[in-house]
Design a protein around this ligand. Structure first.
Ligand code: 0CH
Ligand code: SF4
Length: 322
């Protein structure tokens, strides 16, 4: 005889929660937020920040409360006020202009983005034209393309874009990539580039960063066993959007949410196992907020699936530690 099904004491229907690890803040985001906080301590409020320091409204609002003012362009910063450049990086013209205006500026560009900037410069010095794999209009793409003279870099977003490339015979080529792309899509795009231009040179592995790769792998670990995956992140956060895509491509319904309040209880109908993760710019406090919201509706059985350990820490700019 079958044992009677155990009913949770609370009377709420059960929900198995699979939480991805790694998730949330990466070393570049930790560093960028600390840079703004230390700049406020050192220079006093207000400290201006050019572009959202990372793509998360909660982070931006917390820093605003501490004395940060967010602007999109340098010309919105008054003379004499300190300014921080966001984690996504800026075109070369931005620090040049800040220096010309004798501004106090601090660069919170992630060191892994800066590494791509230096590679871009080196490829141009070596006489190569760059094919850059990235999403048009994204601040990191604008920043990286702005490291080299206009016309020295061509953006591609898809394999179709690669097929449509036309270069004069014998032009030496190099490729570079945005740090927060889909690992799977980028592999295909790079393969298409190498097939069309066998002499093209590039980094050993594409420039997708460790945090982006690890978070995508972690979603791959939770998605197959989940009826629904929730990704905490902003609609303008490239790495967070990629996590939604990864889950969807595994055949699992996935949704991007910024806060717990965006969860429609109807989404949970028929869901026995829910996967949860967060983009690199989403704080852990928002993950806990979502877990607490779910616990109000369902009797939770929480599991964390760890697919990698992360120990990366980046140094702060010298001007904030001396
Ligand atoms: O994923 P993107 O690049 O849109 O940026 P984010 O959501 O602010 O995450 C942090 C990454 C910053 C630069 O790589
Ligand atoms: Fe740096 Fe990667 Fe984080 Fe972007 S996602 S800030 S490149 S570690």
């Amino acid at each position: 005889m079958n044992a009677p099904l155990q009913q949770p004491m609370s009377g709420k229907p059960p929900l198995t929660l699979l939480i991805a690890a790694p998730r949330g803040f990466c070393a570049g985001v930790d560093r960028a937020i600390e840079i703004v906080e230390r700049a406020i301590e050192r220079y006093g409020a207000p400290v201006y920040v050019r572009h959202e320091i990372v793509h998360n409204r909660y982070v931006v609002d917390s820093l605003k409360a501490q004395g940060a003012i967010f602007v999109e362009e340098l010309d919105e910063v008054p003379d004499g006020a300190p300014v921080v450049f966001s984690a996504h990086g800026v075109p070369k013209s931005v620090p040049v202009e800040a220096t010309r205006r004798e501004m106090v500026w601090v660069d919170a560009t992630c060191p892994l983005v800066s590494k791509v900037h230096r590679q871009a410069e080196r490829q141009i010095e070596a006489g190569r034209h760059i094919v850059f794999v990235g999403h048009e209009g994204h601040p990191e793409v604008i920043g990286t393309m702005g490291q080299v003279p206009e016309g020295a870099i061509t953006l591609v977003e898809t394999v179709e874009d690669v097929d449509a490339l036309v270069f004069s015979d014998g032009v030496p080529l190099a490729f570079l990539t945005q740090t927060t792309l889909s690992v799977d899509d980028t592999r295909e795009i790079v393969a298409a580039l190498q097939a069309r231009f066998p002499r093209i040179v590039g980094p050993k592995a594409e420039d997708i960063c460790y945090a982006t790769s690890n978070r995508q792998a972690a979603v791959k670990a939770i998605a197959p066993g989940s009826d629904l995956v929730l990704v905490i992140g902003a609609p303008n956060s490239s790495n967070s959007l990629r996590l939604v895509e990864v889950a969807q491509r595994m055949g699992t319904t996935a949704r991007l949410i910024q806060r717990a309040s965006e969860i429609d209880p109807a989404w949970l109908e028929g869901v026995g196992t829910l996967g949860l993760t967060a983009g690199a710019s989403a704080p852990e406090s928002l993950v806990r907020e979502v877990v607490e919201q779910l616990a109000e509706w369902r009797e939770l059985e929480e599991h964390t699936l760890v697919s990698a350990e992360e120990k990366m820490v980046f140094k702060l700019p010298r001007q904030l530690v001396d």
